[in-house]
Design a protein around this ligand. Structure first.
Ligand SMILES: Nc1ncnc2c1ncn2[C@@H]1O[C@H](COP(=O)(O)OP(=O)(O)OP(=O)(O)O)[C@@H](O)[C@H]1O
Length: 249
């Protein structure tokens, strides 16, 4: 693989990734040879039925889990053979996460939650960018609140700002709207789309929601541990039709 997509160098490049859980009769082949090439500055959605391997793929692409075989490169570095310390450093520099259940620290204020990854890395954010980001995600008057004092949508905004503040090479979002109502989901998706358009923030998002996938530049469909289909930007109708035709419910 050349690591080129549409003439651009890929930021995440997976080649023939296999992940088997367990051994012998009970072994589960969660990924059966997935190759994917994520270009910079795009929002990529990953869809597929429950158990198709979406979370496994995301964890392996993000260096949170190792494949049984195959290669994963982030910004040109092969991560499957890195030791723990090098991997931690690479993740801090290159990867941001947004989770379904926000994963904020309850004792910290919104501000401290946003800054936590940089604090841990011993880095300071660019104050101008931090300020702009806080306004962009609409948290200006919530910075001293703790997570329990924030709505779900506000907590996810904190998580988005936390992922964006270090300007990572790629953000992985695992069902970022899975725990939010429809209106708040729309706001969160708009924010993620804006971070791609305005900051060029490469983002990979797992979602069950066809409406969320319409925000993506590219949609990958997984079934039984394989990418069975992909499309560029698509309407909700087109996405639902693919799900229906390939029986990906
Ligand atoms: N730690 C594990 N040990 C054993 N099997 C696992 C483990 N994690 C996942 N699996 C299995 O691997 C397959 C893929 O799981 P994965 O969680 O990646 O799917 P998914 O598409 O993210 O599902 P969902 O949409 O329900 O979150 C499933 O058959 C699952 O049961």
């Amino acid at each position: 693989m050349e690591g080129q997509l549409n003439g651009q160098t890929s930021v995440v490049l997976a080649d023939d990734v296999v992940r088997v859980y367990g051994e012998g009769d009970t072994a589960v082949r969660a990924l059966r040879g997935v190759s994917v090439d994520i270009a910079p500055g795009q929002l990529t959605a990953v869809m597929g039925p429950s158990g198709s391997g979406k979370s496994t793929l995301m964890h392996i692409l993000a260096g949170l889990d190792k494949p049984t075989s195959g290669s994963v490169r982030i910004d040109g570095t092969e991560i499957t053979t890195l030791g723990d310390n090098d991997l931690t450093r690479l993740r801090r520099k290159h990867i941001g996460f947004i989770f379904q259940f926000f994963n904020l620290l309850p004792m910290l204020t919104a501000r401290d939650n946003v800054l936590l990854p940089m604090t841990i890395a011993g880095e300071k954010p660019d104050p101008a960018f931090f300020d702009e980001l806080i306004d962009r995600v609409g948290l200006r008057d919530r910075l001293t609140h703790r997570p329990a004092e924030l709505s779900g949508g506000q907590q996810q905004r904190v998580a988005i700002a936390r992922a964006l503040v270090s300007r990572p090479t790629v953000i992985f979002a695992d069902e970022p709207t899975g725990n939010l109502d429809s209106r708040t989901s729309g706001e969160i998706l708009n924010l993620m789309r804006a971070s791609v358009d305005d900051y060029g923030q490469t983002t990979v998002m797992v979602t069950h929601d066809a409406r969320a996938a319409t925000m993506a530049d590219r949609v990958l469909f997984l079934a039984d541990g394989e990418i069975v289909k992909e499309t560029g930007q698509a309407s909700q109708h087109e996405i639902l039709q693919i799900i229906d035709t390939l029986d990906l419910q």
